[in-house]
Design a protein around this ligand. Structure first.
Ligand code: URA
Length: 204
């Protein structure tokens, strides 16, 4: 693509933003994490998927949604007919927050202060991309995008308007599907795929 096109400018702006984010010290999470895990995907993507924060594997790899939750997400996107390569995938919080237990690093939930500090980046990612649809995967992403607590069950399954404008959908986080009682997994997975199918219809 030509560097003088609008898309080219967006690409350059995104690359600058990513580079800046690599040195982020806006909250304390950078002190223990391996690296910033920034969003990835085409800058002209019509769809932005927002997770919570990188997990253990994402922290080491430097890429979002490459671990077990990422595999679940990939499976659901494929079942919903959404090409992940055409979506921009990012997280509300860009450093891994964990507790060290022996050799294991156990995920801890980002707090309101960390979500707030990291909105600096996701707001700019969304401003550069201006996607048609943004999807919050779970409560942390929803809180980041809406700037307040949004319950998933009361808000899923329909188009919502973001505070700064733009369409958003709220659904569960793929790691929720890995965590719940196996007896519920098939139904919950089907509901997640249904949500993603509705999102796909909005992109057509
Ligand atoms: N969970 C998330 O929310 N994001 C990732 O990138 C990986 C796991």
């Amino acid at each position: 693509r030509s560097r003088t096109s609008v898309g080219g400018n967006a690409q350059i702006a995104w690359e600058r933003l990513r580079e800046e984010a690599m040195h982020c010290t806006r909250c304390d999470l950078y002190k223990c994490a391996t690296q910033t895990v920034f969003g990835e995907g085409p800058v002209d993507a019509p769809l932005v998927l927002v997770g919570e924060q990188p997990g253990d594997q994402e922290d080491l790899a430097g890429h979002p949604f490459v671990g077990p939750a990422g595999q679940k997400l990939d499976e659901a996107l494929a079942d919903a007919g959404i090409d992940r390569a055409k979506a921009y995938v990012t997280n509300a919080v860009k450093h891994f927050k964990f507790e060290q237990r022996g050799k294991r690093r156990i995920h801890s939930k980002p707090g309101a202060g960390e979500i707030e500090a990291c909105r600096w980046w996701i707001d700019q990612e969304r401003a550069i991309l201006s996607p048609k649809v943004t999807v919050a995967l779970g409560a942390t992403a929803a809180r980041s995008l809406f700037g307040k607590v949004m319950t998933i069950n009361a808000n899923r399954g329909r188009a919502l308007e973001l505070p700064g404008g733009g369409e958003a959908w709220i659904t569960v986080h793929p790691s929720y599907l890995l965590r719940i009682d196996p007896a519920q997994q098939a139904d919950e997975y089907a509901r997640f795929v249904d949500d993603l199918r509705m999102v796909r219809a909005r992109l057509a």
